[in-house]
Write a protein that binds this ligand. Structure first.
Ligand code: C2E
Ligand code: MG
Ligand code: MG
Ligand code: MG
Length: 276
């Protein structure tokens, strides 16, 4: 009987696995089509300068407007994309869309960041393909910030070389989600970084955890000592902001100021107020 049951659960497991693979394949197939049909678009979340409390830049965040399933957030497809290799095409797609947005608003000169998958850095051709998009649109690379999430992959020598190449081409390099997952202080030494974005899990923890607060304080101190900029993401409440203010962080990105906005709404923030 035990043997029967075992085989039975093996069957179930195999079916589940096959079902999941099918789901993954379906997701990837629809994503490939979505990229061709341009069903994916960018929203812009403002970053706020802590000295002036003014908008000082944006992060481009992808959204998928599916014809049947409606709006699909990136957390629902980016992990699958990164396992499939489709991240390469997606990252170039995002760069292309971002260039179109910036070309359409020449009066807007604030820095804008985009996210790339660390996996894309495994490919020889990525840096060239990526850079070529900005060249073709004649956009200054110095206003483009590239956010990479810390990940075992960006620790490979090959990836570090590619990050250096991107930096030499003028892009500003940002380490995203610092403090989440397998953070290592050695990233700060090994990678060619100019901006460190501290993960939002820190923000939620500091309100009731004094050790987390002291750790955050220390991290910010270290990053400042290395002459890198600090951004904290995920600040949602006045109480969190009050805790963070004395720490001397350069920028804040969070719902307390703005959620991700439509491109037109984001740019309207930088326009002089219209008088009627
Ligand atoms: P991320 O790069 O760390 O982006 C910040 C995420 O935090 C965004 O979620 C943003 O909407 C959310 N956020 C900002 N402020 C707050 C806040 O105050 N509270 C809370 N709860 N959340 C806040 P989103 O847009 O869902 O993106 C999730 C992740 O998906 C991103 O994390 C990034 O890793 C990935 N992603 C998004 N767009 C792209 C893209 O174009 N390319 C790639 N490769 N990955 C992307
Ligand atoms: Mg990011
Ligand atoms: Mg992330
Ligand atoms: Mg982040």
């Amino acid at each position: 009987v035990a043997k029967e049951q075992k085989r039975g659960s093996g069957e179930v497991f195999r079916e589940q696995f096959e079902q999941e693979s099918r789901n993954r394949m379906n997701l990837l197939n629809s994503l490939r089509i979505a990229l061709e049909q341009k069903e994916l678009y960018l929203m812009l979340q403002p970053k706020v300068d802590m000295q002036s409390t003014e908008v000082c830049g944006f992060e481009a965040l992808i959204r998928w407007q599916h014809p049947v399933h409606g709006m699909i957030p990136p957390t629902a497809f980016i992990p699958t994309v990164e396992k499939s290799g489709l991240n390469y095409d997606l990252d170039l797609y995002v760069a292309e869309r971002l260039c179109e947005i910036l070309k359409a608003a020449p009066q807007m000169t604030a820095p804008v960041s985009l996210n790339i998958s660390a996996n894309s850095l495994n490919h020889d051709s990525f840096v060239g393909d990526f850079y070529q998009i900005f060249q073709r649109h004649q956009l200054e690379t110095s206003r483009i910030q590239i956010e990479v999430t810390e990940n075992a992959l960006i620790h490979s020598d090959q990836s570090i070389v590619r990050l250096r190449e991107l930096r030499e081409l003028g892009f500003v390099m940002v380490l995203d989600d610092f403090g989440a997952g397998f953070s290592s202080l050695s990233y700060l030494l090994r990678l060619p970084l100019q901006v460190i974005k501290i993960d939002r899990t820190f923000v939620s923890e500091i309100s009731d955890n004094e050790h987390a607060y002291q750790l955050l304080k220390g991290i910010i101190h270290i990053v400042q000592g290395l002459h890198m900029e600090t951004v904290i993401e995920g600040v949602e409440t006045e109480a969190q902001l009050a805790r963070i203010r004395p720490l001397g962080v350069d920028q804040i990105q969070g719902y307390i100021y703005y959620p991700p906005l439509k491109v037109s709404e984001a740019f309207a923030l930088l326009m002089p107020a219209q008088t009627s």
